[in-house]
Ligand binder design. Structure first.
Ligand SMILES: [Zn+2]
Length: 293
């Protein structure tokens, strides 16, 4: 179908009104407005404006790979489209980044906005601090963790927005720079929610338990595969109430708040990951990634 330039500009204006950030890549002068329109719907990123440490949900009707941050990512065929969660590295400089299909036929952009992460200083006993020197135990656990997250369902188990896994007081937000006994540590890539020992902890969304066992640093730990390489993790539990391989429903009790492992008091350390990359869990509590704006 041929469309006049005027209609084309109307369509572009319309898509801008809708907040659709995709634009057709005008590589050939013969390209018509109708092919531009097709390309506009061919590549979507949700949300188009993000922050370091967050995650993007990339979707396409027919593109099987995209490039972003100078890397190529294969998309996963899922429910009649191709999708993938792509983490925004926490050290990404605020800027506008091109996102395009690997064949260059459609492109859009991602705006990474500035974000400041606060500093959190804690003091732990020498004995507890020396716990972290047991690298053989830590490495053995890490192998188990990598194995648990090595595969993920190609379809989403999750439905709708995620729920907070426990009631309580948010003590350490995502991205805090930890200083332990005066020494800067790696960032806290999870949220800590404090409450009494024994408080029920629920699955933040539907999924399949891929790990449920005591680990050295994170104590009694549960990991859930939500599909599409998205995982949630629950640490320092006093009790595990699920088994690996078990399917769980959003809101189902999976364990109890505790202070097992490297922990200074009863709290839930809740993390979300794409594969082995930690991401900010907070956007998941507002809406399903399919609804992110
Ligand atoms: Zn924590």
């Amino acid at each position: 179908m041929w469309l006049s330039a005027k209609v084309a500009s109307l369509l572009i204006g319309f898509s801008m009104m809708l907040g659709v950030s995709s634009i057709g890549l005008a590589v050939a002068p013969v390209e018509t407005a109708s092919t531009m329109w097709k390309q506009q719907v061919d590549l979507r990123v949700q949300p188009a404006r993000t922050y370091p440490g967050d995650v993007l949900f990339v979707r396409s009707k027919n593109a099987r790979a995209v490039t972003l941050f100078q890397k190529t990512y294969n998309l996963i065929p899922s429910s009649g489209e191709y999708v993938r969660f792509i983490p925004v590295p926490i050290d990404t400089k605020p800027a506008v980044y091109p996102l395009q299909t690997a064949d260059g036929k459609a492109r859009t952009q991602v705006t990474v906005q500035p974000k400041t992460f606060a500093v959190d200083a804690i003091t732990v006993s020498q004995q507890m601090n020396s716990m972290r020197q047991n690298t053989a135990r830590i490495n053995a656990d890490q192998q188990k963790i990598y194995r648990a997250r090595s595969t993920s369902a190609p379809v989403p188990y999750f439905e709708g927005a995620f729920v907070m896994p426990v009631q309580g007081r948010l003590t350490t937000p995502y991205g805090y720079q930890r200083v332990v006994n005066g020494k800067p540590e790696s960032r806290h890539l999870a949220i800590d929610i404090a409450n009494k020992e024994g408080t029920p902890v629920v699955a933040s969304n539907n999924g399949k338990v891929v790990l449920a066992e005591p680990l050295y640093l994170t104590g009694n730990t549960i990991m859930i595969d939500h599909g599409l390489n998205l995982f949630s993790s629950y640490a320092h539990l006093s009790k595990l109430e699920v088994k690996p391989g078990q399917l769980v429903k959003k809101g189902q009790v999976i364990g109890r708040v505790g202070t097992t492992g490297f922990s200074t008091g009863p709290h839930l350390h809740y993390a979300m990951l794409i594969g082995n990359t930690f991401i900010n869990p907070n956007p998941f509590f507002s809406a399903s990634p399919y609804q992110w704006k």
